[in-house]
Structures are given as C-alpha cells and as structure tokens.
Design a binder for this molecule. Structure first.
Ligand SMILES: [Fe+2]
Ligand SMILES: [Fe+2]
Length: 278
C-alpha cells in the first residue's frame, strides 16, 4: 500500500514569506494524482482555509488521517469524515493499522498554554502519550512537533530533547514530523529513521511510504524522482490485509485528554467527540 504524508500545508488566504498559500489545496490534489496513494496522512498545520467540503474533495479519492498542529481550525478538523464514516482526525496515542503497519500519532506541540483553541502539551503529557504508543507498539510514528532543533522557533532545547527522548524510547522504524519549516531534514534517532517534512507552498516537500517494501521516499514538489529513498530491510513481514482501525487507549491517556475510547470499530461513532483545551 502506498501512503502519502504531508505536513504543514498551511492552506491560507494570505502570503507567507512572499509565497501565496491560497492554492495549497489544488497543489495537494495534483500531488495526490501524481502518486495515486490509498492513504494520506497530514501531520498538522493544515491551515485555516479548509472547509469540510474542501476535505471531502480529498476523502473522495483517498483515505485520510489528520493530526492537528498549532495552525489549524479544530472545529473543522473534528468534522472531517472518510467515505467509510471513520473520523479523519486522530486522538493522541491512537494507533491505526495502515497497510499492515502500525502508525502511532501525537497531535500538537509542546507549549505552556492553548492558543486559538488549540491545546498544547506539557513535556510530561507528551511523554505520557509516547509511552502509551510504546506500550501498543508502533512501526511508524507521525507527529507534528519535531525533535529537530531550531533556535528561532524553539529557544528552549529542552522541548526538542523531550521529543528526541520520546522517539528514542519508542524506536519505531520511521518517525515523521513537521512544524520546523525549511524543507526536509532526515537522520537517525537511535535505530529510527526520522524525517522532517515541510509541505508548505514555499517548500512542498512530502513523503511516500510503500508499506509492502518499507520504502520511504522524500519528494519535492512535482519532481519525478524522489530526492531521498530509504528501505528498512530489518522490518518484519506483516500481514498486509490488516487494515482495521485500532483505537485502543489506556484510560490514563483518555482521561488526560478528556475523552473515552470505548468504540474500536470503524464508523461506529456517529458524532465527533469535541476536543477541549488540555
Ligand atoms: Fe507549520
Ligand atoms: Fe507548527
């Protein structure tokens, strides 16, 4: 199965560092058409211009998993549904089986207080979610916040260290994050290959993961060849028919973020669970 991963699309009716961001959705559709993935994961900072109808243009052609970052409209994101009725937006600590691999998710960023209704996590909360994921077993970690140091965006190296430690503790085959803008960074954190991507219109880098080959490719815009390609040969062979959604969470994490997760079946919950500031 081919999974396409974008981050920090920043679909906005405005300019960022001289780049107009209002055509990001159309650009995304073209990039999806170019690869034809079965799954799309967007790891936060989608931007505020999206409507539910806009997202439906995406879910018509691909199964969608959404994370929130720190530049999102949560009221819209919680309403986005896939064609099979599953909610696109993940919960913290949620694991979804995609193409036979276990994808784990951590929303948002580490910070002291919510902004624009978007929750932040304390370092302790971030690690709690990471440990929840570790207990479930994760092959691919997707998060918005990044272990990569950027002095401009994160004056405290402590925050980066927390995320780095979370990846070290979990040790998935791949971890993918955004938040830190400026193209792509890739490198090892322990045995995990970490890739930071920036799919804003200024950089337009994104990843594809061929789950059957464990092949991660990093692309820039519409280039026909990937700029980086990597295959994990140490990954175990898995049952590729396993596409069920797994929403098991410990009560500790569910309580922390104010939600219960009694339903594990795709499409069983009809109403989106409201997200509240942590
Ligand atoms: Fe961003
Ligand atoms: Fe961000």
């Amino acid at each position: 199965m081919l999974v396409q991963i974008h981050s920090d699309i920043h679909f906005e009716e405005s300019y960022y560092h001289g780049t107009y961001e209002g055509t990001a959705k159309d650009r995304l559709l073209k990039m999806l058409k170019a690869h034809g993935p079965q799954e799309l994961i967007v790891t936060g900072d989608s931007g505020h211009k999206w409507t539910v109808a806009d997202w439906e243009d995406i879910t018509k052609i691909v199964q969608l998993t959404l994370l929130y970052g720190n530049h999102d409209d949560l009221k819209t994101l919680v309403r986005v549904r896939n064609a099979d009725g599953t909610r696109a937006l993940v919960d913290d600590g949620e694991v979804r089986s995609i193409g036979g691999l276990r994808f784990g998710f951590i929303n948002g960023i580490i910070g002291s207080r919510p902004k624009e209704g978007i929750p932040r996590k304390t370092p302790r909360e971030f690690m709690l979610v990471a440990r929840e994921l570790k207990s479930q077993g994760v092959d691919v970690l997707c998060m918005h916040d990044s272990p990569i140091t950027d002095a401009r965006m994160s004056p405290t190296a402590h925050t980066r260290n927390v995320i780095y430690s979370a990846v070290m503790e979990m040790q998935p085959y791949y971890s993918i994050a955004g938040h830190v803008h400026g193209g792509t960074s890739i490198g090892y954190i322990g045995r995990t290959l970490h890739a930071n991507i920036d799919s804003s219109q200024k950089w337009e880098t994104y990843a594809t993961l061929d789950t059957s080959k464990m092949k991660l490719s990093i692309w820039q815009a519409m280039n026909r060849k990937p700029s980086i390609e990597y295959i994990r040969t140490d990954a175990p062979q898995r049952e590729l028919a396993d596409v069920a959604r797994d929403r098991k969470l410990s009560q500790k994490v569910a309580d922390l973020f104010g939600r219960r997760h009694d339903s594990n079946r795709a499409g069983e919950r009809q109403k989106p669970v409201p997200l509240t500031a942590a």
